[in-house]
Design a binder for this molecule. Structure first.
Ligand code: SF4
Length: 211
């Protein structure tokens, strides 16, 4: 179960129609590395598999394959932690930007802001979703949200930012505190779902949080 917060341009981007048919976007989900700089106790990947990254040769083949896909795809990159693999920023992101595809990324947002800013610059206009996971075992809400609100204006207006936070049993107070921290900086929508253990969402203007 997770709390989901999202930062979006003003006016907030909607999820799309509530019922099908939804527009079809062909996607590839690519686990670009196993390595992660965090070791969350609830990680679904065991520690022995949370390591390693592709060789240059493997990257060449994968990037050539993605480049050969017809039309425009959404390439969703995950890990491990993508930014913990040097090849992500050095090879993968630049190579994807030479294709027609759009990209989405799942990250724990631990990379330094200048690195995230460079990512925003490289992917400007081609980033669909930045999914940032808040791991309270390794970062504080204030640190995380400050970085996120600094990053948001660097991303294109049509890029969506979604925050996920794992609800760990017996530690829900920490998640509530994180939500309250976000609320002070951003605009939480809709509040009605939170008490039902479902999703909460936060929207913010690209230029900064709402009052
Ligand atoms: S940040 Fe994600 S991949 Fe890394 S240890 Fe935590 S849950 Fe696992």
């Amino acid at each position: 179960m997770s709390v989901r917060l999202s930062l979006a341009p003003e006016p907030p981007v909607e999820d799309g129609p509530a019922a099908p048919p939804w527009p079809h976007v062909p996607t590839v989900e690519w686990q670009v590395c196993g390595v992660c700089n965090y070791h969350c106790s609830y990680c679904i990947q065991s520690r022995e598999h949370r390591q390693g990254h592709p060789t240059d040769e493997h990257l060449d083949r994968m990037l050539a394959f993605l480049g050969s896909l017809p039309g425009t795809w959404e390439i969703k990159t995950t890990g491990g932690e993508p930014f913990a693999f040097r090849g992500f920023m050095k090879r993968i992101v630049p190579a994807l930007m030479r294709t027609r595809h759009r990209v989405s990324t799942l990250t724990n947002l631990s990379a330094p802001l200048p690195v995230l800013g460079r990512f925003a610059e490289l992917t400007h206009g081609r980033l669909s979703v930045l999914s940032a996971s808040l791991h309270l075992e390794f970062t504080a809400p204030e640190t995380f949200i400050t970085k996120l609100t600094s990053l948001r204006p660097l991303l294109a207006d049509d890029a969506r930012v979604v925050v996920n936070c794992v609800l760990v049993p017996d530690r829900l107070d920490e998640v509530r505190a994180a939500r309250d921290c976000a609320r002070g900086r951003l605009c939480v929508l809709p509040a009605a779902h939170e008490g039902q253990g479902r999703c909460a969402r936060v929207h913010a203007r690209p230029g900064g949080p709402r009052p």
